[in-house]
Design a protein around this ligand. Structure first.
Ligand SMILES: Cc1cc2nc3c(=O)[nH]c(=O)nc-3n(C[C@H](O)[C@H](O)[C@H](O)COP(=O)(O)OP(=O)(O)OC[C@H]3O[C@@H](n4cnc5c(N)ncnc54)[C@H](O)[C@@H]3O)c2cc1C
Length: 452
């Protein structure tokens, strides 16, 4: 009998799981059930679509018809799950009184926006952006009220990307952040300040150290109050964090971890009251996984992690035995024409985990000094003071950060010390692409000196 696999969620993790299941088992009967009307798109593109340079359609990789024709995967859209039965006799997902039987189940229901419980958050003109539908509704509202001024609450990567997209589209954008710096969860103050200067140079207003007090207006939003000041606006976007969407996992009484997400084994299987649940797998923003940097869990909340986890979950649902290893979660963004990337711990996260770190920094260039178009590149590398192991890295540069942060993520994963790195590290060089001594090596040289 063909293995019946049901995947709940048609995002990065869900569609990767369905495709991996198909690759592992050509005979399996695979169904994807998803609440959204579109599948296989990256919410990561939302800020760029808002800039006006791309269409909503352009961010969809494949349609349900494509999956049916090319992968023999049935995709059922606009359908939410009402109940799951995972008994010995019967296993099924119930949606609108229709039963979808399964032998193996993958849950990839992603995350939900966290909006702080402030007065006025339900006014018209207040948005969160997670799906294409959210984006279209937001754009329609901006057009309807002839919006000019927009406040983005939250200066994390997501909020800043949205602010940049709206700025490019011609809106007057103010970003409000309660902490004293932008990207407070992931970056150090000195690196964040470099990025903030770039953002402000593009005429995006950034207000830090200003906790949001309320959203003002009668029926429609007309301003926000933050840090004791009023900021007039025609619309507000909340980008104040994503939490795991636990509605479906709760139906199976799964165990949740200290980060408020589903705890999974390396095979992406959940636990219920401490016992591994057979035939069920999870992936994406709904789970917490083991960090490769400290001895605790982490939530990657990245599209790249969701795809990788989804592949493991889907292959295992199809009878393979794959594992998802501890994660360093490298990330990168491009805002206001400048890049920021990081991996592992920031100084803030290190102190949270009680790790004393030493920092090395280099302010170099993205190309040889004598070649046209060289842009600034600042690299910061952190090492554990006791073990000298490299545990974190951040880069702010005009270009070329993705490959470098992936390189440093591997260094962190392999527990390399600053001294070992300097003995072994080599960099490719050509004037139009790099400096002869890469700023990464120069930053670790500075780090090693400080560790002496
Ligand atoms: C604006 C924005 C920008 C981002 N930028 C980046 C970036 O540059 N780089 C990066 O790596 N990551 C980025 N991310 C994060 C990345 O998009 C997410 O980590 C990734 O999409 C998570 O994938 P997922 O499959 O777990 O969840 P999702 O893509 O959210 O998919 C969840 C799916 O579950 C379905 N679902 C939910 N509840 C139910 C239910 N009850 N029944 C049925 N179906 C249900 C939904 O319809 C959806 O299809 C960004 C996110 C946002 C919002």
């Amino acid at each position: 009998m063909a293995n019946k696999i049901v995947v709940i969620g048609g995002g990065a993790a869900g569609m990767s799981a369905a495709s991996a299941a198909r690759a592992a088992d050509s005979k399996a009967n695979i169904k994807v059930i998803t609440a959204d009307e579109d599948v296989a798109y990256s919410p990561c593109m939302i800020p760029w679509v808002l800039s006006g340079k791309y269409t909503w359609k352009s961010m969809i990789m494949h349609t349900p018809d494509w999956y049916a024709a090319n992968r023999r995967i049935e995709v059922i859209t606009k359908t939410t799950v009402d109940q799951i039965v995972n008994g010995k006799e019967e296993k099924y997902v119930l949606c609108k009184k229709k039963k979808y039987k399964f032998d193996n189940l993958v849950i990839a229901t992603g995350g939900v926006h966290f909006v702080p419980p402030v007065e006025g958050r339900d006014l018209r003109g207040v948005f969160t952006l997670k799906s294409i539908r959210d984006g279209k509704n937001f754009q329609a509202y901006l057009k309807k009220v002839k919006a000019r001024r927009i406040v983005v609450v939250g200066a994390g990567v997501l909020g800043l990307e949205v602010a940049d997209g709206l700025n490019v589209a011609g809106y007057d954008v103010t970003v409000i952040e309660m902490m004293k710096q932008i990207v407070p969860r992931l970056a150090d103050q000195d690196m964040a300040a470099l990025m903030q200067a770039r953002i402000e140079a593009k005429k995006i207003k950034v207000v830090v150290g200003a906790p949001l007090e309320r959203v003002n207006g009668k029926e429609f939003v007309d301003s926000v109050t933050a840090g004791g000041k009023r900021y007039a606006c025609d619309a507000v976007v909340f980008a104040t964090g994503i939490r795991a969407n636990l509605e479906v996992p709760k139906m199976l009484d799964l165990d949740f971890g200290q980060l408020g997400a589903v705890t999974v084994s390396p095979t992406m299987q959940p636990y219920s009251r401490g016992r591994l649940v057979p035939n069920v797998f999870l992936a994406g923003d709904v789970v917490q996984v083991q960090s490769a940097v400290y001895s605790g869990p982490t939530m990657s909340q990245l599209g790249s992690s969701a795809v990788k986890e989804g592949k493991v979950a889907g292959a295992n649902a199809a009878g393979m035995r794959r594992e998802f290893g501890p994660t360093v979660s490298p990330w990168v963004t491009r805002i206001a024409g400048f890049e920021m990337a990081a991996a592992g711990m920031s100084q803030g996260l290190a102190s949270w985990y009680g790790t004393e770190v030493v920092a090395g920094r280099c302010d170099g260039l993205t190309r040889a000094r004598y070649y046209d178009g060289a842009l600034p590149m600042a690299v910061k590398v952190l090492a554990d003071r006791t073990s000298h192991r490299i545990v974190g890295a951040q880069i702010v540069a005009g270009e070329g950060t993705t490959g470098r942060i992936d390189w440093l993520a591997e260094v962190i994963r392999q527990s390399v010390t600053a001294e070992e790195f300097l003995v072994c590290a080599e960099n490719a060089y050509c004037p139009p692409t790099s400096m002869v001594v890469d700023p990464i090596i120069c930053a670790v040289e500075d780090l090693a000196k400080k560790l002496q």
